[in-house]
Design a protein around this ligand. Structure first.
Ligand code: NAD
Length: 243
């Protein structure tokens, strides 16, 4: 059976790298995007130019109807959905928890927790034997993130709990659920930190002395979705340069 995989937040960064990498493994790809239609169409076109199958589908992952529509569109265009990369996520401006704005707290929880749970729930409804989910967590979930993003770290810890619980729930149905916890990866997400020199400020904390690339995260995602990972479920792999 063809692998048909939905990648949320697939128009750029880690999600875009995952779309391209999974397509090379033969997955048919639904590139989920919230606003960046042109960028998502470009990723889908790049997959097709390489001989693969892909469509771009607009969906705000924090909106239940959008999530259902995303899964329905993927199935209608590409065939029965077999996989989900639960990748869409947000941060908020850096700062102490004492100064955190309630709207930023709500937004991070809305996308990183509610949105990810809505997508996982829809996947749990439609995936069958052989299906797989990868939740894109963060090293922050277990390291904490003092003076940075305690709420973001907590949102990703919720995702890790989802990975473990859902893996146990779906194991008997032959569906695997795993996570990837990136360290500091060179993507545009950090623009929302409000610190233009964010990379410079964190690189000293990374034992390998450099930021990771989206492609390095995509490799782990691809392995977890592949048949080579047939006995891996309920685990979250840290890909973080030793952090
Ligand atoms: P990014 O900002 O480039 O990508 C995030 C994507 O999510 C964007 O395409 C954005 O449009 C999408 N998105 C945000 N809210 C959405 C919503 N409500 N509905 C649909 N899509 C939405 O950043 P990235 O670094 O590629 O992040 C991808 C994932 O990796 C995120 O979950 C992030 O938390 C996680 N992560 C990133 C890093 C890092 O250092 N870059 C580290 C750890 C974890």
């Amino acid at each position: 059976m063809d692998k048909v995989t939905i990648v949320t937040g697939g128009s750029r960064g880690i999600g875009a790298a995952a779309c391209l990498r999974l397509a090379r493994d033969g997955h048919r790809i639904a590139v989920g995007y919230q606003r960046a239609a042109a960028a998502a169409e470009d990723i889908a076109a790049a997959v097709r130019a390489d001989g693969g199958h892909a469509v771009a589908v607009r969906a705000d992952t924090a909106v239940e109807d959008d999530v259902v529509r995303l899964f329905d569109a993927a199935a209608a265009e590409l065939g029965p959905v077999t996989g989900l990369v639960n990748n869409a996520g947000v941060i908020s401006p850096l700062g102490r928890l004492a100064d955190l704005r309630t709207e930023d707290l709500r937004h991070v929880m809305e996308v990183n927790v509610i949105g990810a749970f809505l997508c996982a729930r829809q996947a749990a409804r439609v995936l069958t034997d052989g299906g797989a989910i990868v939740n894109v967590s963060s090293g922050a979930a277990t390291l904490g993130s003092p003076h940075d993003y305690i709420h973001y770290a907590a949102s990703k810890a919720a995702l890790d709990a989802l990975t473990i619980g859902l893996a146990k729930e779906l194991a008997a149905e032959g569906i695997r659920v795993n996570g990837v916890a990136p360290g500091f990866i060179d993507t545009d997400i950090h623009l929302a930190s409000g610190d233009p020199d964010r990379a410079e400020h964190v690189v000293g904390r990374i034992p390998m002395g450099r930021l990771g690339t989206p492609d390095e995260i995509a490799e782990a995602i691809a392995w977890l979705l592949s048949d080579a990972a047939s006995y891996a479920t309920g685990t979250t792999i840290r890909v973080a340069g030793g952090t």
